[in-house]
Design a protein around this ligand. Structure first.
Ligand code: CP
Ligand code: NVA
Length: 306
């Protein structure tokens, strides 16, 4: 049966382990100049309905570096923009492509596409989840900290798509995750509730200091996500005390690292000195999207051979 990556909850801990190991192997081979060809003759569709720099280009480069071909489609250029049903589109594209990554607003759109598709479907970001980002971020945590087991992770800011993917990853892997969000911007109650049932070390605070105290990894993201541009001003005032800055870092572990999926707004959710400072691993995080996306394509296309 085909495997999709839609929310991370559908993955087993062993899938995470395979992805981390494969990403490390592919990264090392790439740095040594070794070419891999596991996607030779395969086509990977990229259906995007929101802007992207990192996710789009790293998936395109991932497919090319593995010998495959990326096929980019803006939703507006497809017949879906003229009301062709999502399910019909998924059935047709399944005959041309070997996998598809989708960035869109609604999780329901993604899941409807996946239900009708005969090929693996990858969530490249919806309003509700950003699973591939958290997979590559966990890979970065492992590189920096040796493991994600026993590492205390903090999430500061919006209870958004990124927060949900961290929550789901923590539910599957049993990690220690503390989130601090303004009450009116808490994570989705159902997503959090289901995760806490699996892992009681997922905790929600309102005071950022409570989440950051002793943390090994401090994570944040924009205060207004794509599609929330009209809320930017209102959110800026609510989130003003949820900034990752030197004060917040002073309560984290001495060797804590700072992560941000980017794009970042210096002076809003994170200060420039922290984002550009020695504890920041954001550029390694961005790089690792390429290696993790290669591992994801290999896993979903059932091809771990080179
Ligand atoms: N982090 C991330 O998903 O970036 P893009 O929006 O540029 O793809
Ligand atoms: N939460 C952000 C993540 C961007 C990569 C957004 O959805 O815009």
């Amino acid at each position: 049966m085909k495997k999709d990556i839609l929310t991370l909850i559908e993955l087993e801990p062993s899938d995470f382990d395979l992805l981390f190991a494969r990403a490390a192997e592919l990264k090392s081979r790439h740095k040594s100049g070794i070419m891999d060809h596991s996607l030779m003759g395969k086509s990977v569709g990229l259906i995007f309905n929101k802007p992207s720099t990192r996710t789009r280009i790293s998936f395109e480069a991932a497919a090319i570096q593995l010998g495959g071909v990326p096929v980019f489609m803006s939703v507006g250029d497809t017949q879906m923009s003229r009301d062709e049903p999502v399910g019909d589109t998924a059935r047709v594209l399944s005959k041309y492509l070997d996998a598809v990554a989708i960035r869109t607003f609604s999780q329901d759109f993604l899941e409807e596409f996946a239900a009708a598709a005969e090929i693996p479907v990858i969530n490249a970001l919806t309003d509700t989840h950003h699973p591939c980002q958290v997979l590559s971020d966990l890979f970065t945590v492992i590189e920096k900290k040796g493991s994600c087991a026993g590492v205390k992770i903090a999430w500061i800011g919006d209870g958004n798509n990124m927060a949900h993917s961290w929550i789901n990853a923590a539910a599957v892997l049993g990690m220690d995750l503390s989130l601090a969000c303004p009450p009116e911007y808490s994570p989705d109650r159902d997503i959090l509730g289901r995760a806490v049932e699996k892992n009681s070390r997922i905790r929600l605070f309102t005071d950022p200091m409570d989440a950051a105290r002793g943390a090994d990894v401090i994570n944040t993201d924009v205060w207004a996500s794509m599609g929330q541009e009209d809320e930017q001003a209102a959110r800026k005032s609510v989130f003003s005390s949820y900034q990752v800055n030197a004060d917040l870092m002073s309560v984290a572990a001495n060797d804590a690292i700072v992560m941000h999926c980017l794009p970042a707004h210096r002076g809003e959710e994170i200060t420039a000195d922290i984002l550009d400072g020695p504890r920041s691993v954001v550029w390694d995080q961005s790089e690792n999207k390429l290696h993790m996306h290669k591992a994801i394509l290999d896993l979903l296309l059932g091809n771990f051979n080179t």
